[in-house]
Design a binder for this molecule. Sequence first.
Ligand SMILES: [Zn+2]
Length: 249
Amino acid sequence: MWLDFCIRLDGPKEKTGYPGVVSRTLGEIEGEVDHSTEGPLDAALGELQKLERMASWTFTVPKAGPPLQHYPLTAITWHCGLPGDRRTDTSLVGNLTLVGIEHVDWPDNTLSDSQLYWSVEITRALRQMCPRIGARPPTLRGNLFEHNWLSPTSCPSGLILWAKKLAALEEDMGIEFSSAVNFGNEGPGLPKEAVALADLLARYRRDIYAIRADVAALRTLGGSGPLVAKFPGATVQVVPPMDVPVEEA
Ligand SMILES: [Zn+2]
């Protein structure tokens, strides 16, 4: 729950969870939200320690050097949306299921090579440790978000270099997961693209099975009608990811 390449710098424990939901399991984590600090590192860390400020997050990636980790992955931090907008489904669910990563943008609002490197390393670690993230390819708005896609904010103001980050993550899919794909006779000569495609298909299938199990479980609970999940303070309609066809069992 603490990544070994990060420097541990604890945030206040009071700034986690919600009434009735103190923490989450790794299996409940579905992705990450990339943020910008909108200020220097020391200012961001100061805000993290302030109990009266309703904001907390798991990682801070400084301009240079390894990331800081403030909470275990299982802690629910308050990084999506704005104070008081817990009525907004995306913000609430975002905090429950997504990991918040702050990137220091000050003073030039650019992501340094070091930050890109460590940001990708964090995502790689999340993909390995959180089965729901690893079950799908790296996907914008699927398991990779930026703050302003979830709630009205200027954060992260174009800071995140998604094309470069995705390229690094997708390269992993061609290499790192190739051994998991069993074609029978094919050996290492198999084109990288074919391996990546096969792996992608395999993972979507797993994901579909997972969704079908969730749907079945919800059906037994709630009978017919729209599928809803109840979180404290919000009732959320459950919709499968748009790009995954779900067949009725
Ligand atoms: Zn943000």
